[in-house]
Design a protein around this ligand. Structure first.
Ligand code: TXE
Length: 480
């Protein structure tokens, strides 16, 4: 595959004098391509070009409805190329083809959704005095930086880029060093269709070009998805320049299964919520809180399902793909090796050698019953196919345990009792609560974001445009 170049100021950047980083296919641990190791100078060039583009006549000439039309065209382009995009996404991440296909469809939906909003974001008229016409005008916030992780590259790029372009901003995307392919594919489209500098794609290490951008004085807004420590450092850089951040930092989300739950619905959803994308999902249902009285039955069903899951590369039509890279793989195996003597590994948790893909990063989906909810593996985001289980007695203990982590992204509640469901939902500290479902088909329309250390701000939904605008109040004194 050809090397991936950065798109800066309308030019494809990267030559023999640059340093290059190998991009690895996690299904086989083989090199697929190379990206440019972006540096301070690249960061500065991108920011200067973005500032020019923001002021340019060409970008300002796009009327809001034309931005909307263009975003709809982008959605069509994604759908027309869905097969190729899904193949690239699978190659980059190792995720099963069906998952990659649904990620590509979600990406198209983001462009449609925010395309539809482009000409519907407007200000107010405020009654102050009879001779004062007071209005608010909505303006783009400016140069927006999008730092994208490796778990859902096309979805996460699309969700914030679509909202930012809809509202007239310019964007710089820093893709993950592990997964540049789908963003590069989109970059080619934007390069052809938009004025130079409106969409730019940079590559390289987070600690290098990523940090150079987050601390750059020319950046006006940052959307970051990734780990808590990196999110904190992004926020500190942003604070130095008094720049707003939207942070989506993952979770340790509980599925709470009460004794009256409909297990036929609950069990498959619980399995999917932790094995989807090999557990490398911010909203993974990685903690199972189960009522003591039904715990044995639930665990038996889950173990059966886990044992039926096929682990392997996309070409094997597997259910569970590889872990993204060697570092994450070793980290997860380390956690599994260190669960403590009182915890019980009920199934899985082993390194798997797949025929023909022996160097891929595969782990069999694991269930661990914890003796202590404070154990590290129950508290920390493992980001692998590992389900931690705790039994509870009564609704109050279920709620207490559900809230007893630093995170608060998503929760699932399983019960046929509407009062119990509502009582629990009201007490859960998380940005999204699902009752008798989990994930609800992604939901481009639903606000998504965290309480506590799961983040700041909301992505998705009509609310996300708030991240990309600023409000100007204009007071006009009228001579009556
Ligand atoms: O994340 P990082 P990593 C969590 C998950 C995982 C852990 C570590 O628990 O096990 O994070 O993964 C860029 N300035 N999530 O190390 O470092 C980096 O290049 C600016 C949750 O991969 O946060 C990449 O593009 N940018 C999650 C992105 O940040 C920096 C998704 C994420 O990298 C940077 C992924 C810096 N100093 C991991 N350092 C979710 N919420 O879905 C790195 N980056």
């Amino acid at each position: 595959m050809e090397n991936i170049h950065m798109l800066i100021d309308g030019q494809w950047v990267g030559n023999k004098d640059d340093q290059w980083i190998n991009v690895i296919n996690p299904a086989s641990n083989e090199k697929t391509t190379q990206i440019v190791r972006g540096n301070l100078q690249h960061a500065d060039l991108a920011v200067q070009a973005a500032k020019q583009a923001l002021k340019s006549k060409e970008w300002r000439a796009f009327k809001p409805f034309e931005r909307g039309q263009f975003l709809h065209e982008t959605a069509r382009y994604i759908r027309d190329n869905a097969e190729e995009l899904a193949a690239l996404e699978s190659l980059d991440t190792g995720k099963p083809s069906a998952q990659a296909t649904s990620d590509v469809e979600a990406a198209a939906r983001y462009f449609e959704f925010y395309g539809g909003m482009a000409d519907k974001v407007f200000g107010d008229t405020i009654p102050v005095e009879a001779d004062l016409l007071n209005v608010t005008v909505i303006e783009p916030i400016g140069v927006t930086l999008h730092i994208v992780p490796w778990n859902y590259p096309i979805q996460i790029t699309s969700r914030s880029v679509a909202a930012a372009l809809a509202t007239g901003n310019v964007v710089i995307v820093k893709s993950s060093e592990d997964t540049p392919l789908s963003t590069n594919f989109l970059a080619k489209w934007f390069h052809e269709k938009l004025p130079k500098g409106v969409f730019q794609h940079v590559t390289g290490y987070g600690a290098e070009i990523g940090a150079a951008l987050t601390s750059h004085t020319g950046i006006n807004q940052i959307t970051f998805t990734g780990s808590v420590p990196t999110g904190i450092s992004v926020m500190k850089s942003a604070a130095d320049n008094v720049v707003p951040v939207t942070l989506e930092l993952g979770g340790k989300s509980p599925n709470i299964v009460f004794e009256d739950a409909d297990l036929e619905r609950a069990i498959p959803a619980i399995v999917n919520s932790i094995v989807q994308n090999a557990g490398q999902t911010c909203s993974a249902g990685s903690r199972l809180l189960v009522a003591e009285s039904i715990a044995d039955e639930v665990l038996e069903s889950l173990m059966k399902k886990f044992c039926q899951l096929k682990v392997g590369p996309p070409v094997h039509q597997a259910d569970v793909g590889p872990i993204i890279n060697g570092k994450q793989y070793e980290r997860i195996l380390g956690i599994l090796a260190d669960i403590g003597k009182d915890a019980k590994l009920l199934t899985g948790g082993q390194a798997v050698k797949v025929d023909g893909f022996e160097n891929g990063f595969y782990i069999s989906p694991a269930i661990i019953e914890a003796a202590d909810h404070d154990s590290a593996f129950v508290q920390e985001e493992i980001f692998g196919p590992v389900l931690s289980v705790i039994r509870f007695k009564g609704i109050e203990q279920a709620i207490e345990l559900a809230n007893a982590t630093d995170y608060g992204l998503v929760a699932g509640i399983w019960t046929k009792d509407i009062d119990k469901a509502h009582y629990t939902a009201a007490r859960i500290e998380s940005g999204q609560v699902f009752i008798n479902s989990y994930g609800a088909a992604g939901g481009v329309q639903m606000p998504f974001g965290g309480y506590k250390k799961s983040g700041i701000g909301r992505e998705k939904s009509h609310l996300a445009v708030q991240n990309y605008i600023q409000i100007k109040n204009i007071a006009i004194q009228i001579r009556l």
